[in-house]
Design a protein around this ligand. Structure first.
Ligand code: HEM
Ligand SMILES: *[C@@H]1O[C@H](CO)[C@@H](O)[C@H](O)[C@H]1NC(C)=O
Ligand SMILES: *[C@@H]1O[C@H](CO)[C@@H](O)[C@H](O)[C@H]1NC(C)=O
Ligand SMILES: *[C@@H]1O[C@H](CO)[C@@H](O)[C@H](O)[C@H]1NC(C)=O
Ligand SMILES: *[C@@H]1O[C@H](CO)[C@@H](O)[C@H](O)[C@H]1NC(C)=O
Ligand SMILES: *[C@@H]1O[C@H](CO)[C@@H](O)[C@H](O)[C@H]1NC(C)=O
Length: 392
């Protein structure tokens, strides 16, 4: 037992060392036997696992602690469009490689930021189904990485959270639309817009009033400039709550103020770094609540897209087809709820549909893993929605 633990620790250390040295797409040729073995262990087919239990201690506590120091990014480590997960990885609450199992993500967002268990399951398994590798049970929180192992055959993606169109979408706060620029890196111009708005309506801090105006400005900008702008399910649902996540999860748990210092906000968004002595909030939160309602109701929104882009699910139309689409042509999406009447269930249905599109006829281990993760994804919505079985 003791020996096997020692061995596992050694193997993990090798994998970590290896993860740092390896670039995506690198050939395995020329590597030592140990390195190849470490890689093989890191990508072995494990399939789906049961969801982890909720964490027990959900009290406020120091999370930028001695065991979780911030460390700068090393080559090969993945970061992506989500400042929450980026930060957890850069503090070692997630593997610093940025490649993790869904269970590690579910547990890390609870431990590190006190996200509510059910919301953690919902978001994580949605993302895992469309962007993760079901065979190795690994997801990159950034772009394609060979550490997640060989992807199942196309149209499966298994290419990480930076993949545009399945989860990552348009009109993000600090990341460009994929059709207009870099879809996953921090963008200084966009952050300055947040600073300006926060100075105007937040008294120099990022609060729900600022979130509401940031959301609207980013929406309008995409309508006006992005011919492929897509703002229906799932993006219509995620775009609002993401603007309040910083207020809910990045404000120190000891503060009673529902507003975020802009320097602290920048460090989370740009550097994936918690402030010194950062304490997580004192109660679990889903992020939903009066702030999200305020952001949604501050302006008139309908789910939709710039006319022409609605048929293109995974990628914005190439420039050559730009005659088919137009900027400033926003039309409502009549199908945004799918067959559902409850918004949460339509979101669930959408991710199940996308999974079916990515895996038209999965067989064997792949089918077993997908079905298990679909069951996992259903757990947090089971009290409200009927389960859908795309691969009966
Ligand atoms: C539970 C697992 C999570 C997953 C799988 C996840 C995934 C993602 C993805 C794919 C995006 C990109 C969406 C887009 O803007 O196009 C995103 C954005 C974002 N996430 Fe997460 N996230 C998770 C948890 C969290 C947590 C705990 C926070 C806490 C603050 C957070 C904060 C944010 C914010 C603020 C954005 C918007 C960034 C921007 O628009 O510039 N996320 N997340
Ligand atoms: C979004 O970013 C990822 C990661 O760099 C990249 O692979 C992908 O091509 C980008 N998507 C689009 C549509 O530009
Ligand atoms: C950053 O955002 C600005 C404003 O939308 C845009 O003009 C610029 O191209 C973006 N930069 C990158 C690298 O995407
Ligand atoms: C945001 O801050 C400003 C300035 O202090 C304040 O007027 C506004 O009411 C705040 N918004 C919310 C929702 O608290
Ligand atoms: C979308 O554009 C097409 C072609 O220009 C046009 O025929 C159609 O009416 C537009 N749809 C909507 C809902 O405006
Ligand atoms: C999911 O797919 C079904 C069957 O194709 C379709 O009727 C439904 O509208 C889709 N749901 C969403 C939310 O796109």
């Amino acid at each position: 037992m003791f020996l096997s633990i020692q061995f596992t620790v050694l193997a993990l250390q090798l994998v970590n060392v290896f993860a740092v040295a390896l670039n995506p797409y690198d050939s395995l040729a020329g590597l030592t036997r140990d390195e190849v073995d470490a890689f093989a262990r890191s990508v072995k087919v494990v399939g789906a696992q049961p969801v982890p239990p909720p964490i027990e201690d959900t009290s406020m506590k120091l999370v930028n602690d001695a065991a979780h120091p911030w460390m700068p990014l090393l080559p090969g480590q993945q970061r992506g469009p989500c400042p929450g997960l980026n930060t957890l990885a850069s503090h070692g609450w997630l593997p610093r490689s940025g490649v993790a199992t869904p269970a590690q993500i579910v547990t890390a967002v609870q431990n590190g930021l006190n996200m509510e268990y059910r919301r953690a399951l919902e978001v994580t398994y949605a993302a895992f189904l469309v962007n993760g590798n079901p065979l190795t049970n690994l997801l990159s929180i950034g772009g394609l990485s060979r550490l997640t192992g060989s992807a199942p055959p196309t149209p499966a993606l298994a290419s990480g959270l930076s993949t545009h169109g399945t989860f990552e979408g348009d009109a993000s706060m600090t990341r460009s639309d994929a059709a207009l620029g870099d879809n996953h890196s921090f963008n200084e111009t966009l952050f300055q817009q947040i600073v300006d708005i926060s100075n105007k309506v937040g008294g120099g801090k990022y609060n729900a009033s600022a979130a509401a105006e940031v959301r609207f400005q980013r929406f309008q900008d995409s309508v006006m400039r992005n011919p492929g702008f897509f703002f229906s399910t799932p993006r219509f649902d995620t775009a609002f709550i993401e603007t309040v996540f910083p207020i809910v999860f990045f404000v120190d748990g000891r503060s009673t103020d529902a507003s975020l210092d802009l320097h602290v906000m920048r460090d989370f968004f740009q550097n994936s770094r918690m402030p010194p002595d950062f304490h997580r909030r004192g109660t679990p939160s889903s992020g939903s609540g009066p702030e999200e309602d305020m952001v949604m109701n501050a302006h008139d929104y309908v789910p939709g897209f710039n006319n022409g882009s609605g048929t293109c699910v995974f990628l914005p139309p190439p420039a050559s087809s730009s005659h088919l689409v137009a900027v400033n042509s926003f039309v409502a999406d009549p199908n945004f709820m799918g067959t559902q009447t409850d918004v949460l269930c339509s979101l669930y249905e959408k991710f199940v549909n996308t999974t079916r599109e990515l895996y038209p006829s999965p067989q064997g281990d792949l089918r077993v893993a997908l079905n298990k993760n679909l069951d996992n994804f259903f757990i947090p919505v089971s009290s409200r929605c009927a389960q859908i079985f795309p691969f009966p």
